[in-house]
Design a protein around this ligand. Sequence first.
Ligand code: TRP
Ligand code: MN
Length: 461
Amino acid sequence: MVDWSVNSWRNFPIKQVPEYSDKVKVVNVEKELSLRPPLVFAEEARRLRKRMADVAEGKAFLLQGGDCAESFAEHNANNIRDSFRVLLQMAVVLTFGSALPVVKIGRLAGQYSKPRSSPFEIIGDIELPSYRGDMVNDMEFNKNAREPNPERLIKVYDKSASTLNLLRAFASGGMADLTKLHEWNLEFVRGTKEAEKYKNLAAQITSSLEFMNACGMTPENTPQLRETEFYTSHEGLLLNYEEALTRKDTITEEKGWFATSAHMLWIGDRTRAIDEAHIEYMRGIANPIGLKCGPSTDPDDLLRLIEKLNPLNQAGRLTLIARMGVNDIHKKLKPLVSAVKKSGLIVGWCCDPMHGNTVKASSGFKTRKMDDIMTEVKGFFDVHGEMNTVPGGVHFEMTGQNVTECVGGVYAVSESNLGDRYHTHCDPRLNATQSLELAFLLADLLAETRGKVGKPFSVIA
Ligand code: TRP
Ligand code: MN
């Protein structure tokens, strides 16, 4: 990598970072973080890059989801378990419906910072720094709480380490066992149409497993049946944190630099200027990375960004995460897909149907409509169908909790219900039922894309 070092980003203009008043404390925190062990291992990140290469080629489907912003207050075992469960349920629906391996990546174990549209928030005649996620300051609206505190970076490291530890235990310790599928159901999903569909699907998988069992393949002798690969990701926003955890791979031949705060990092739509700090940092790390592309993305700029972020044109290195909004998806995505296709540059395409569809309900709550989310996903598949390219995956915001933040869905959260259980620290998330509903739609779209006869779930629909 020419003229790159772990801290070369410091020579470039940077957006969306906090102003700390105590600069000495910042340096001490960075020093302390740089002495901590890495959270992930380079070889894992390299393996994910291989999985993402399959995604780019249509041999696997990417499922990336989790909280908009994790919070310290809601960091506990039950929440982690429930998010993991919903993601696995979705993965099972997708694997069965599409007959493709599903690459599972959580927006988890590090997703604690947020870019904001304004550096200040004004309520009445008081102006304070905006809340930038628990990694930076506190959501409460008072001067003390909103003061950025560098020690929060250490707390993020600690919380992320314990989240990751539990996720690893779940992934390989029995929680992902396909023979226990029916036990994954969450209390409040019971009785809904989605739960019925899921139960039906679990029954079909159980009979396949019984058949395999009779043939001699059991969870005891076939680890693939009881374990899963689960990866973590977050927006790589606070580059001093990322720098402190960027380590040289000393074990394998390819002695690259890896971000070890997560397996995958993505670049936000607000920090993707080609001559600025975030692109400078990301171009040098060897992890698989994502690039969010909003409606303002220009096709030529995009090609230049891709060349800069993936100069060797390696499959699996770069995934473009389109977040256009339901009204723009056809108009804005197609020129990008077309330009990339013509250029011969290799990328994976992923759909974020959440961030382009945030609206303010009359009650004042920020929300998203299930209909818009589903329609954007369909539009994403349409565009790739027309271009004969690969609709590689989805990226979405969800929680395993029974929240009422997005409206619509079979369980019909209405605008007047939004206040019932609105707990997000940032953007509105799909709840477990809505997430499952999205998974069933995706399974149908994937089955169609693959030219299968009939829809696997229309039996009950
Ligand atoms: N190991 C396979 C995979 O991860 C099959 C599998 C095991 C699985 N447990 C799972 C798939 C849970 C989805 C969800 O894909
Ligand atoms: Mn968000």
